[in-house]
Write a protein that binds this ligand. Structure first.
Ligand SMILES: NC(=O)c1ccc[n+]([C@@H]2O[C@H](COP(=O)([O-])OP(=O)(O)OC[C@H]3O[C@@H](n4cnc5c(N)ncnc54)[C@H](OP(=O)(O)O)[C@@H]3O)[C@@H](O)[C@H]2O)c1
Length: 275
């Protein structure tokens, strides 16, 4: 069985990957308390004698809004942390997979494929792109976009955020003139299963099969879970982003390379969660 060592294994995405694939691979999850990726000495000490085949690097500073205020920390974790882990893993001649984001794109001329030119507009996007640059052409980069799942106590994704607003009948005001590409995390896990077994030093997009506006996404959630959609208000991109972290407007992300796992549309993902 392939041994996959990973950072971020208790996060939103990583914990589901382990849950779904634990019978297919041996996972060695290295938590922040054991190894702070910004501390090279700690990374060296932890990984020096560790036996694994592939290193899956998910750990990141992921708070997009906060990253604008704490840029140094975001860059320390997403750039220097990635640099530290990659240096030690590549020194051991092991395979490395960096999980990245659609936020490396500017959202101006969609769609965005694996070979589209990144041009981040937010501190988070910049810091993740810096991580990509460290490993580009030497290891695998997997970009994901708006990941969501049925349950996870520690952090709400956009799907559970919208759903809980609707359940509590709290008014929502959502953008009608922008695009997002929601990705069912279970699909990310199953597509990664293929990539673990068919590794190459390339960029892959593992993203949902359709893009829609946040407003349309919330209507679908309301319809699927029989919630009152009359409380969903509309806003424009321009109004919404005022005083907020820059948000790529047309985040229509696609893949030319994923011919190995059929990713669900947002409707299909909701269907699966409901059933
Ligand atoms: N969530 C999204 O919307 C989204 C979208 C696109 C791409 N991504 C990418 O997908 C990956 C996983 O995201 P996620 O949402 O699952 O993340 P998450 O739930 O926010 O978890 C982040 C993980 O990183 C760990 N971490 C943070 N700083 C660390 C450090 N200095 N040393 C070691 N570990 C550290 C955290 O450990 P603690 O639990 O100890 O804090 C946690 O396990 C990230 O690379 C992210 O950039 C996420």
């Amino acid at each position: 069985m392939l041994k996959i060592a990973l950072t971020g294994g208790d996060g939103l995405v990583g914990s589901r990957i382990i849950e779904l694939l634990e019978n297919d691979f041996t996972f060695i999850s290295i938590s922040q308390s054991r190894m702070d990726i910004t501390n090279l000495a700690q990374v060296n000490a932890e990984l020096k004698n560790l036996d694994f085949d592939i290193f899956l690097h998910l750990a990141a500073y992921t708070n997009v809004a906060e990253a604008e205020k704490t840029k140094d920390l975001a860059f320390k974790i997403n750039r220097s942390g990635t640099q530290n882990v990659f240096a030690v893993v590549s020194g051991k001649n092991k395979k490395f997979i960096y999980i990245s984001t659609d936020f490396v794109f500017d959202g101006k001329n969609p769609p965005f494929y694996e070979d589209s030119m990144p041009n981040p507009i937010s501190a988070y996007g910049f810091s993740k792109y810096e991580g990509e640059k460290i490993i580009k052409n030497q290891a695998m980069i997997v970009r994901i976009s708006y990941p969501y799942r049925e349950k996870y106590e520690l952090k709400k994704d956009f799907f559970r955020t919208f759903k809980s607003f609707l359940e509590q009948k709290k008014p929502l005001s959502l953008i009608t003139d922008s695009l997002m590409t929601p990705t069912f995390i279970d699909d990310i896990a199953f597509a990664l299963k293929y990539l673990f077994n068919n590794y190459s030093s390339e960029i892959f997009h593992l993203v949902g099969s359709n893009s829609l506006s946040p407003y349309q996404a919330s209507l679908l959630i309301a319809e699927k879970f029989n919630l009152d959609k009359s409380i969903i208000g509309k806003t424009t991109y321009k109004k919404y982003i005022k005083d907020k972290a820059p948000l790529p407007r047309f985040a229509e992300i696609k893949s030319r390379k994923n011919d190995f796992y059929k990713m669900k549309s947002f409707q299909q993902g909701l269907e699966e969660i409901k059933s």
